[in-house]
Write a protein that binds this ligand. Sequence first.
Ligand code: ZN
Length: 82
Amino acid sequence: MTTITAPRPRKSHRPAPCPVTGKLRYRERKDAGLALRDAKYLRSALAVSGIETSWTIVRAYKCEACSGWHTTSRPALPTFTN
Ligand SMILES: [Zn+2]
């Protein structure tokens, strides 16, 4: 006797993580930008209550390995022009 189970729902809205960095991968820069905005909003909202969050992402960058976008808590390196 064969039992057929219902297929598990696919989480197609969440892309696979980067195979190199293991970070959450955003397809487009604007998606990473939305995450930055959410994190910024959450930090300020929690700060009012005196609560700190570990969600400290500050910028997005393009990943050479997966051609997607990642977020990082490291500030951008200073650029020197001379
Ligand atoms: Zn990547």
